[in-house]
Ligand binder design. Structure first.
Ligand code: PEP
Length: 247
């Protein structure tokens, strides 16, 4: 069976009760490709609001998760709390958290494991900076980030890998279809060698970095691009066109 196309929307720290509710109503009534799995990640404050009003066909994702189940960890949120609130997914390893908040590979791996152990699906982000790409370190950087997770997690059935070149996030500079496909194919090879052949065939590898309604159809034609993680454009009505990129 083929891999189900997957589109995630990462609202980041954007939106108000009104604007997020408007997006929810828009998604509830828009014609969405039933073959695409759709997951949206609003700011933490709005997770319950979104879960309450969003149709059940669309899943809700936390932009963060901590690696402990409960306790004295001010400001953090656990997988158990998310699961209890019917939030089925967590984002781990987003470059904004790696770069701005200093999250290291090992911590991202612990968070991923905690999320999986707590019953969540994980959108696991990886990707290189421009400097790393220009010094031909893309594959080394990405596989190092993924190896940290593989050391702690054998079961990849609830992980979606998001390849997000840092230089393409929020910059309007999208990777070419060739650049994205090349890295996705390498990640699939890494899965086959490091996790299993089955995981390589079944794991969705999605692309993120300035995806828009204009470039999504070309990217979606590539054999190893199984969907998108969308930042800025997920706040706009055109997010629906990205969800429907395979139609
Ligand atoms: C993201 O935040 O994961 C992202 C890909 O952002 P953008 O689409 O705005 O580049």
């Amino acid at each position: 069976m083929g891999r189900q196309f997957f589109v995630g929307g990462n609202f980041k720290m954007n939106g108000t009760i009104k604007s997020v509710t408007d997006i929810v109503h828009h998604l509830n009534s828009a014609p969405l490709d039933p073959k695409t799995e759709v997951v949206i990640a609003p700011p933490g404050l709005f997770l319950l609001l979104v879960r309450e009003h969003l149709k059940n066909e669309i899943e809700v994702c936390s932009q963060n998760v901590f690696d402990k189940p409960n306790g004295a960890f001010t400001g953090e949120i656990s997988a158990e709390q998310l699961s209890d609130s019917k939030i089925g997914w967590a984002l781990c390893g987003h470059s904004e958290r790696r770069v701005i908040l200093g999250e290291k590979d090992d911590f991202v791996a612990s968070k991923t494991k905690a999320a999986l152990d707590g019953g969540l699906g994980v959108i696991l982000c990886c990707g290189e900076t421009l400097e790393q790409r220009e010094s031909n370190k893309t594959i080394e950087v990405v596989t190092t980030q993924l190896n940290a997770v593989a050391e702690k997690t054998k079961d990849w059935s609830k992980i979606v890998i998001a390849y997000e070149p840092v230089w393409a996030i929020g910059t309007g500079k999208v990777a070419t279809t060739n650049q994205a496909q090349e890295v996705h194919a390498e990640i699939r090879k890494w899965l086959a060698e490091t996790v299993s052949k089955e995981a390589a065939e079944a794991t969705r590898i999605i692309y993120g970095g300035s995806v828009s309604e204009k470039n999504c159809k070309e990217l979606a034609k590539e054999g190893d691009i199984d969907g998108f993680l969308v930042g800025g454009a997920s706040l706009k009505p055109a997010f629906v066109d990205i969800i429907n990129a395979k139609q």
